[in-house]
Design a protein around this ligand. Structure first.
Ligand SMILES: C[S@@+](CC[C@H](N)C(=O)[O-])C[C@H]1O[C@@H](n2cnc3c(N)ncnc32)[C@H](O)[C@@H]1O
Length: 183
């Protein structure tokens, strides 16, 4: 395990479920580390970001690794249904790009709006993985609103699991996994 424990745990969970039959969504492409990982596991990845540089970095990574099972989309993840309607796994790695402009960060409104769409449309027995970073101001607001929203959803239909580091200081990142039950 590296120093990025929560990300490692999230990737292990993804690896446990995602197969070469699955369509997955990377809601926050960034530098493409998650998109690359997901392309290796799945049939096809749709990846979203609002920054052109994210698409450039991610395209290079996937091209260098000789992968072609992906579509990179320069748009907010709120508009997911304009591009793809059927998907089984969804990944959010929230916040801002490391070494990028810290003002261009995921925001409570668009994250929640997209999450509501995702939970309605994700396949039965599908999952949503959310890496959440509450240590910065926008991240704290975002994390509280995500948890408040998740408290209000139907817990018979959706199982919510929180994985966190209880003994670490300075509000470390944590993982929320949401599982949608089948009929
Ligand atoms: C922490 S980074 C993602 C890291 C990335 N998954 C990786 O492997 O490098 C968060 C990204 O979310 C993007 N973002 C912010 N708001 C967004 C939105 N509404 N739709 C899609 N992407 C967004 C930012 O531009 C930033 O690149």
């Amino acid at each position: 395990m590296s120093d990025h424990q929560i990300l490692d745990i999230a990737h292990l969970q993804m690896k446990n479920y995602i197969t070469k039959d699955d369509v997955v969504i990377d809601m926050t492409m960034g530098n493409g580390f998650d998109t690359l990982y997901l392309a290796g596991l799945s049939k096809f990845v749709y990846a979203f970001d609002i920054q052109e540089t994210a698409l450039e970095h991610t395209h290079k990574k996937l091209f260098d690794n000789q992968l072609s099972n992906y579509k990179l989309i320069l748009d907010s993840h709120e508009n997911i249904l304009s591009y793809v309607k059927k998907f089984k796994y969804v990944v959010y790695n929230l916040g801002y790009l490391p070494n990028g402009d810290k003002h261009i960060t995921t925001k409570k409104e668009s994250t929640l709006s997209s999450l509501k769409t995702v939970l309605t449309h994700v396949d039965e027995k599908g999952m949503v993985f959310m890496m959440i970073y509450p240590a910065h101001e926008a991240g704290k607001i975002e994390s509280l609103s995500i948890e408040q929203y998740l408290e209000s959803i139907d817990h018979e239909q959706f199982k919510v699991i929180k994985t966190y580091l209880p003994f670490q200081e300075h509000m470390p990142p944590y993982l929320i996994t949401i599982y949608k039950k089948g009929a």
